[in-house]
Design a protein around this ligand. Structure first.
Ligand code: GLA
Ligand code: ZN
Length: 687
């Protein structure tokens, strides 16, 4: 894996990039549009465009017949304004001739239904024909544009997702299982297959999980999800092979996704192993601003959480490859951005490590499903409307603050989000089906720090090998935990780290088999406790935790703890475990391990993290005082700190600055002391 320094164009780009998905292939019969586009691009300081994403039918209208002329023109126009092209491979949607001639390329559902041609992303990752055709077009694109001055980066396919259950994929799945387990006996053991007569005689009997077939073997369900990730990455590697060979100096990206409902990143794939194959991370951010179910700051904390996850994947700035300048078309209700929200939304991602702000899409489609999706250029083709002007303002803002490009984020706190753990835990039948809430729980722990303007890295299990840079590591609800991770956590604490874990930790191993012999020995040593039971409460039921003389609500889950060395910080107030330990602290080596036995509200998390751990461990907080709802985040470059201040409330707020600072957005000096910040106001301050 190369660092971004190996990609000179990316590393040497001094501008913050601004632009969007550009789909002129939809407008080939409207020649005047291109001229308007170029004029508008200059007007909003747009400098970067993703091109060719779904353009296969325009690039190869009939098998073997290639039409690059229109794309040549687009690439030349982008170059003519000093712009960058993020050139896409077109594999995310394919021409009808391909499905017609080679039916194997369409997907098969888990119900073993063969899909027809249509939509997008509807292709089999195993299909040799599909791979061959993708290989040809990718090779041609790389050959044709390798020396083009506009070529800045590669965008591979689009938002990889989905799975295929065809015969080719079954064969690959079986081969993958054989590679993993060696013998069918080992697979049977890992799957606890003696249960309900699920024993297999050979790998040929294994089928991918389905509602109409096998869905009850948890180890199999988990392996299928892992295989789907593996297969997607394998397909991606096939896609990039000619590109890497022909343009080794051009960075490769692939747009990942977020999920604001969860809230978490998209979990159909595990992005942690995928990230290792990608040069620069990008993702598509569509926060549902102005909704009727949560305050703006809450939506912002979800966006921050995802941005922090994507930044931490490679510990580097990333791209917002898609966002909307106004509304989307796929929410239940698609609100317009209120005045100020577009700038706020932009700075919200810059604050957490984005160096690139791009839109889906540049020009609104005239027909089909996305004709009502927000875009920079609307059907009126006018630079006079509110959305266009907001984009123009953001374009200017990005020019003004460009010195932040390549600045880094330094976090002393890490919170774990593990997609594999989610897969296993969601599949576990037990506890409460509707209150498992792994994603919400991780976010709640994260938010306790975010609310206090403390920078957080959202880590994945592969980071456990070296956690020494963090003063606090929080691992909420790590239901599935390998012995390896237990050892790594032990090492982290032994060397002086502070670890926090919660109820429902360390129940199963990587095969989703329960640990035998009670709470795992390594965790007993680490936390100085043994979890003997986990009580699951009905949604309206409550227990309480008495902590530092105050009572906090405990709900959903209460772990009953036996002490083996830990000190009790908090106790339960009722039920058969009343007065028993709920919150514990254990000194282990040079560090400390805390255990939070029950699910609590934000008040308790704020108390234990902010009033206690952040204070006692001297975690760095920005010197700027801001009221609730106003966020302050920092990025650092060459010894200089940039503070991103955002008012996520619908009211005027007041900040207090410790000394005079310069606002990069306006260039003005803001004096020490109190300073008003309007509704949705933003500042980027430096000393
Ligand atoms: C995704 C896709 C885009 C577009 C947008 C709409 O992010 O990548 O092609 O469909 O959604 O919001
Ligand atoms: Zn398939």
């Amino acid at each position: 894996m190369k660092s971004t320094d190996n990609f000179p164009k990316y590393a040497n780009e001094k501008r913050l990039l601004h632009g969007g998905d550009y789909n002129p292939d939809q407008w080939l019969k409207y020649p005047n549009i291109l001229e308007d586009d170029i004029r508008f691009m200059k007007q909003v300081n747009a400098n970067t465009f993703s091109v060719g994403i779904f353009a296969w039918a325009a690039l190869e209208p009939r098998e073997g017949e290639f039409t690059f002329g229109w794309l040549d023109k687009i690439m030349d126009s982008i170059a003519s304004i000093g712009g960058n092209a993020i050139l896409a491979t077109p594999s995310a949607a394919r021409p009808a001739w391909l499905s017609q001639k080679y039916p194997e390329v369409t997907r098969t559902s888990h119900r073993r239904e063969k899909m027809m041609h249509g939509g997008r992303h509807n292709h089999c990752f195993s299909s040799p024909v599909y791979r061959e055709k993708v290989g040809i077009i990718n090779h041609k694109l790389a050959e044709r544009y390798k020396d083009h001055p506009a070529l800045f980066m590669w965008h591979i396919s689009n938002e990889y997702s989905g799975e295929c259950h065809c015969a080719l994929c079954q064969a690959n799945f079986r081969a993958w299982l054989e590679g993993k387990y060696g013998t069918i006996d080992a697979l049977n053991d890992a799957y606890w297959a003696a249960f309900w007569a699920h024993l297999y005689n050979d790998f040929g009997q294994v089928e991918s999980p389905s509602d109409i077939g096998e869905g009850w073997i948890h180890g199999l369900n988990l392996d299928w999800k892992r295989f789907t990730t593996y297969m997607t990455i394998d397909f991606y590697k096939h896609e990039i092979a000619p590109i890497r060979e022909i343009t080794p100096d051009v960075a490769i990206t692939n747009n990942f996704m977020g999920d604001f409902n969860a809230p978490s990143v998209f979990t159909g794939l595990d992005y942690a192993p995928f990230a290792k194959e990608i040069d620069v991370i990008s993702w598509d951010a569509y926060p549902p601003w102005h909704n009727d179910y949560e305050p703006t700051a809450h939506t912002a904390s979800k966006l921050a959480f995802m941005n922090d996850y994507f930044r931490t994947l490679k510990d580097a700035p990333f791209l917002i490859l898609e966002s909307t300048p106004s509304q989307v078309n796929w929410q239940p209700v698609n609100r317009a951005k209120r005045p100020g929200m577009h700038a706020l939304s932009t700075v919200a991602s810059l604050a957490h490590g984005a160096d690139v702000i791009m839109y889906f899409q540049w020009r609104k489609s005239r027909g089909s499903t996305e004709k009502l999706h927000g875009a920079v250029v609307d059907h009126d083709n006018s630079p006079e409307n509110r959305v266009f002007k907001d984009v123009e303002d953001v374009g200017q803002l990005l020019v003004n603050v460009s010195e932040i490009r390549h600045s880094r984020t330094i976090s002393q706190v890490a919170v774990m989000f593990d997609t594999e753990n989610l897969w296993a835990f969601d599949n576990a039948e037990g506890f409460s089906r509707n209150s498992k809430k792994y994603q919400q729980t991780v976010h709640a722990h994260y938010k306790a720090f975010w609310d206090a303007n403390i920078s957080v890295d959202v880590i994945t299990p592969d980071k456990c090998a070296d956690l020494s840079r963090y003063k606090i590591v929080v691992i909420p609800m790590q239901y599935m935990m390998t012995e390896k991770m237990m050892g790594e956590l032990q090492a982290y604490v032994k060397n002086g780290g502070t670890l926090v874990a919660t109820y429902i930790t360390g129940l199963v191993n990587e095969s989703d088999l329960m640990y035998l012999g009670g709470f795992p020995q390594k965790l007993q040593e680490l936390f100085g406790i043994a979890v003997t039971e986990t009580d699951t409460l009905y949604p309206s039921q409550r227990n309480g935790i008495l902590y530092e003389g105050k009572q906090y609500e405990a709900f959903d889950y209460c772990a009953v703890l036996d002490l083996c060395g830990a000190e009790v910080l908090g106790t339960y107030t009722s039920d058969f475990y009343a007065n028993g330990a709920a919150i514990t602290k254990h000194t282990y080596g040079k560090g400390t391990a805390y255990f939070i036995g029950a699910r609590t509200g934000a008040d308790f998390l704020a108390k234990i993290y902010r009033d206690y751990l952040v204070e006692s461990l001297n975690i760095t907080q920005p010197p700027i005082q801001a009221p609730p709802g106003v966020s302050v985040q920092a990025r650092i470059k060459e010894g200089k700190t940039y503070y991103f201040i955002i008012n996520y409330t619908e009211e005027k707020q007041t900040l207090t600055l410790p000394y005079d600072m310069r606002d990069l957005i306006t260039g003005k000096i803001i004096g020490a002391g109190r300073h008003p910040l309007p509704e949705y106001g933003v500042l980027i301050l430096t000393e």
